[in-house]
Write a protein that binds this ligand. Structure first.
Ligand SMILES: O=C(O)CCc1c2[nH]c(c1CC(=O)O)Cc1[nH]c(c(CC(=O)O)c1CCC(=O)O)Cc1[nH]c(c(CC(=O)O)c1CCC(=O)O)Cc1[nH]c(c(CCC(=O)O)c1CC(=O)O)C2
Ligand SMILES: C[S@@+](CC[C@H](N)C(=O)[O-])C[C@H]1O[C@@H](n2cnc3c(N)ncnc32)[C@H](O)[C@@H]1O
Length: 931
């Protein structure tokens, strides 16, 4: 049947035209003829094809609103239409080039008995070789065929005198409406009443036009017989009312579907049912589970059995055959017994591959793959509900690649290796496809084993807190995935299980997944949710999903570098609980990674507020360890912004020349194709380096270099130096006394002013860094009109003849407040009201700020100076610094300075702003110029 207008050009097509708005006339038009017929002619034989079509509303496929055509032999059609008109068959052998075969074919198609041909014309219909033979099979025709369905429709036997109605037994296929045959589709569109099996899914029933009455058989367990009786009764009533009755049956009507019984019943009542085959689940289920029913060299037999015999008896168990595929329907409830019987009675080797295909072709299809020996156990563990088809045989593995995971497939080995005693939910993650081709961005290529389960409880103890947080995540995922998590037979049950295990809590913490799985954002490709995260390797994503679904993280995931990768991925996906856990872990293991991956970690942590502890760690390390900047291998992990950020740090403990070299190493690593020898650079190379280094270069404090060093650099790299900067530096070098460099608004102010160092004989570097870090952190609030100021540190006053009175004098002379600090240990200061037990206590009134809770600074007493300024060992953990520093406390502003202490410094700054800088002209004084 064809509905396209341009197909009319073929001369041998019959074109049936119904005049517009006419219910009276119908016509047939071929290219040669234009013969009109009354509708009454076409409906002269009401149970034949034309009769049925034009009895009510014509249902041939429409070309136009009033035109239909049937893609049939127009010459034969002439005789057929004449038969409708006159009741006589004028065709004789040899007439008008229409062969006997063609004539029979056409009669069959139009559901006319071939008895209307005279005896001489009759031929064995089986010998028909018409090229359009299949058409008759596709239509609810009386076409002769070998099929049991059609044998009973034999057109040679005179039809029973029909009662008014018509009955069709229609196969609805396994579930997906796309797998309905065209005949089945047409039948359900044209029916007056549809009596459907329970197993026919809603998606198919939805295709039924609203005006058609639908009844669903109530064939529940133990109720099959009464339900069947009711079906018969309703069908007969409708038939006797002259209705077109469709018995809609799941799969194929005859295969374990009582279709044969129903056929007999209706035949005994004088109706010849039309039977429309359907795609049977016995074929569709294996196919849709990637299992070919037969496969050369592996399976050459295909057996379909029931898993439950009549009246709930045990079925006959087929004997094992190595080259056979066996399919069992109605087997789920009997799986324990059936699999045992297969092994014991059927002598199946327990390791024979098998698969349970649940809800084949439906949106929530799931496959459980195992062996005859373990399938029952696995089905019990993951939960499994009818309808499902069991496939047994070696073919089950043939299209599966070893070890690969497939969407919608649960592998027995995964389920069995989970420790049930931990009461964790374990199941496959069927709906999220993990693209293993994604390159792993792991810190190194070290693989990780997925063995060894580790629960969060092991890390946190049995705290209820993590459990409730976790359950929120799980619930969030489940509530959103209910529609896509199609391997779960009963999602609500799963959620209930989770709720039973943990307290029920509303909400969700993983904003990322909530959004990602929401209807607005979700992107589905072939029914799968696709997460495009090229920077997260597939192994890491799998660990994340596993954590989300099962509350497990693996012990091995806690080892570097997996822990680091997992942490950054979890951060990106907003799983803060996991991030915190892993961050602690990564920090604890810092000695293992910092030399090799220092910049990688710094870079990753610099961009995330959740990784602040790591960032703080790296920043401190950067300041305190002379070599870390110049010696770490992975400097190219830094982005230009982070590099700039580093160069702007006060108190970097690196010579400016080394810093310049580190910058150039970075630039070359970023552009490995550019020669390390600037004289070899092409114009393009120069542009590229200029772009990269433009901002960075002006943050090198070139004034800290000797003239020779500076000239060497400029000479070599002058192509990438901004001319203005070169000029300014030249001017500076020619007359260093000029104060051009003090102009903070100068575009090259950084180059022209010295880097802020702790240049002290009495303060250790750590003390200096500690102080600078604190000040710098505090100054991130940066007030716009920040005025240069001085902080004065005084120590060992008495050793140098400095008395309490001198201090007093300074305090009196200065503004309102003075901060007095004293180096204590190599890492710390103590600052407190000055006093000297042997002399008059200094009157500090409100001029002296106290700082910290350390012992009093006692002027005039020789405090041993534990100066280790040059003895700093950069390989030492900076953690040590933190833990050994008296004044260090965790605070909202960072590690070194609590809010309160920052406030103190703030007070000092306010004091000094606008006042004449107080300086003590003793060699002991340390001056921090703060621009
Ligand atoms: O004799 C009985 O009907 C009861 C025994 C029983 C059977 N399957 C069973 C049960 C348990 C039960 O339903 O309580 C078990 C049974 N009956 C059924 C299913 C499918 C399901 O519930 O998802 C299942 C399988 C459940 C499972 O996988 O564990 C339903 C069923 N059985 C059957 C049909 C077809 C029909 O009645 O029209 C239907 C479909 C009904 C519908 O959709 O409305 C038919 C059936 N049940 C059965 C057989 C016998 C097979 C044989 O030995 O040749 C046959 C085949 C036949 O009668 O031609 C046996
Ligand atoms: C009573 S039998 C009817 C079989 C049906 N006539 C056919 O040809 O598919 C019902 C059984 O078919 C199988 N079945 C039906 N629909 C299925 C589906 N969508 N996926 C897997 N198996 C299915 C199950 O084994 C179920 O127990």
């Amino acid at each position: 049947m064809c509905a396209r207008k341009n197909d009319v050009k073929y001369w041998d097509q019959a074109h049936v035209k119904v005049k517009k708005h006419s219910t009276e006339y119908a016509g047939n038009i071929t290219k040669q003829n234009n013969i009109e017929r009354r509708r009454s002619t076409l409906t002269a034989h009401p149970t034949t094809l034309l009769g049925i079509q034009f009895r009510d509303t014509p249902t041939f496929e429409q070309v136009d609103s009033n035109e239909y055509f049937i893609d049939r032999n127009s010459r034969a059609f002439h005789y057929i239409i004449e038969y409708y008109r006159t009741g006589k068959m004028f065709w004789r052998t040899g007439c008008c080039g229409v062969t006997k075969e063609e004539m029979i074919e056409e009669l069959s198609y139009f559901q006319l008995s071939i008895d209307i041909l005279d005896n001489e014309s009759k031929i064995n219909p089986k010998s028909t070789n018409s090229p359009i033979k299949h058409m008759s099979n596709r239509l609810p025709s009386r076409s002769p065929s070998n099929s049991p369905a059609n044998l009973s429709n034999d057109p040679f036997t005179p039809p029973h005198t029909p009662k008014h109605g018509k009955i069709q037994l229609v196969g609805a296929g396994p579930g997906d409406p796309e797998l309905l045959t065209r005949s089945a589709y047409r039948a359900i569109k044209e029916a007056d009443i549809i009596l459907s099996d329970r197993l026919v899914p809603a998606e198919v029933l939805e295709l039924i036009p609203a005006h058609i009455e639908v009844m669903i058989a109530n064939k529940t367990c133990g109720n099959a017989e009464p339900a069947q009786e009711e079906l018969y009764k309703l069908s007969m009533q409708a038939l006797e009312e002259g209705k077109n009755v469709v018995r809609l049956k799941q799969g194929d009507p005859y295969l374990f579907g009582r279709g044969g019984e129903e056929y007999r019943f209706f035949q005994s009542k004088g109706y010849d049912p039309i039977v429309i085959p359907g795609v049977s689940s016995c074929m569709a289920a294996p196919l849709l589970a990637k299992i070919p029913a037969t496969f050369r060299g592996i399976s050459s037999q295909f057996l379909v059995c029931t898993g439950t015999g009549r009246r709930n008896t045990l079925p006959d168990i087929p004997k094992f055959h190595p080259n056979r595929t066996s399919v069992f329907l109605m087997a789920i409830h009997r799986m324990r017994q059936l699999s045992q019987d297969l092994i014991d009675i059927g002598e199946y080797p327990p390791d024979t591959p098998c698969a349970m295909v649940e809800r084949a072709s439906c949106k929530d299809q799931r496959v459980i793959k195992g062996t005859v020996g373990n399938i029952a156990e696995v089905m019990e563990r993951v939960g499994c509900a009818p309808p499902g088809t069991l496939v047994v045989g070696k073919v089950c593995d043939v299209l599966y690649e070893d070890g690969r995971k497939y969407d919608g497939v649960v592998f027995a080995e995964d389920v069995l290796k989970a420790d049930v005693n931990q009461n964790l939910l374990v199941f496959d993650l069927p709906t999220i496809y993990i693209d293993t081709s994604t390159p792993s961005e792991s810190l190194n290529a070290q693989t990780h084993s997925m063995g060894d389960n580790y629960t969060l409880a092991d890390i946190f103890g049995n705290s209820e807190e993590w459990r409730s947080l976790l359950v929120k995540d799980i619930q969030a995922i489940y509530s959103q995935t209910a529609c896509i998590c199609y391997n779960q037979p009963d999602t609500s049950k799963l959620v209930k299980d989770v709720k039973r295990m943990y307290d029920e809590k509303e909400g969700c913490r993983s904003e990322y997944f909530r959004t990602a799985l929401s209807a607005i954002w979700v992107k589905k490709d072939n029914g799968m949710i696709v997460f495009s995260k090229p920077n997260i390797s597939s192994q890491i994503f799998e660990l994340i999903l596993r954590y989300l679904y099962t509350a497990e993280i693996f012990k091995s995931s806690l080892d570097l570098p997996v822990a680091f990768d997992l942490m950054t991925a979890a951060d990106e996906l907003g799983l803060t609980l996991l991030v915190d856990t892993l961050q602690k872990r990564v920090l604890d293991k810092a000695t293992l990674w910092y030399k090799r991956y220092f910049f990688t970690v710094l870079q990753a942590s610099s961009s995330s507020p959740h990784l602040a502890s790591l960032y703080q760690y790296c920043s401190s390390k950067l300041l305190a360890c002379r070599n870390v900047l110049i010696k770490s291998d992975d400097i190219d992990a830094l982005t230009a912004d982070t590099m700039l950020d580093i160069l702007q740090k006060d108190g970097l403990d690196v010579d400016e020349l080394n810093l310049w070299e580190a910058v150039m190493t970075w630039a070359h690593k970023k552009n490995p194709n550019i020669s390390t020898e600037p004289s070899d650079w092409s114009d393009e190379d120069v542009d590229c380096m200029k772009n990269l280094l433009h901002d960075i270069i002006s943050h090198i404090h070139f004034v800290d270099l000797t003239m020779t060093e500076y000239n060497g650099i400029v000479e070599k790299y002058k192509k990438i130096f901004p001319q203005g900067m070169v000029d300014a530096l030249k001017e500076y070098h020619e007359s260093p006394s000029k104060t051009i460099h003090q102009d903070s608004l100068h575009p090259y102010a950084h180059c022209l002013s010295p880097r802020r160092y702790v240049r002290s004989l009495i303060l250790t570097r750590r003390q200096g860094h500690c102080l600078l870090t604190g000040i710098r952190e505090f100054r991130q609030d940066s007030r716009p009109n920040y005025v240069p100021c001085l902080l004065i540190l005084q120590e060992r006053g008495s050793n140098f003849g400095f008395t309490t009175h001198d201090i007093q004098a300074i305090i009196n002379r200065s503004g309102q407040k003075v901060l007095v600090m004293k180096g204590n240990t190599p890492d710390s200061f103590i600052c407190s009201p000055c006093s000297n037990s042997e002399e008059e206590p200094i009157d500090m009134s409100n001029k002296v700020m106290t700082f910290g809770q350390g012992p009093d600074l006692r002027l005039g007493i020789d405090n041993k100076n534990p100066d280790e300024s040059e003895g700093f060992d950069e390989s030492e953990e900076l953690n040590h610094l933190a833990s050994n520093t008296i004044n260090v406390e965790e605070g909202p502003r960072g590690r070194y300075f609590t809010e309160e202490r920052c406030e103190l410094i703030y007070g000092i700054e306010r004091l000094i702003i606008g006042t004449v800088a107080v300086s003590i002209t003793l060699p002991l004084n340390i001056v921090f110029p703060l621009n």
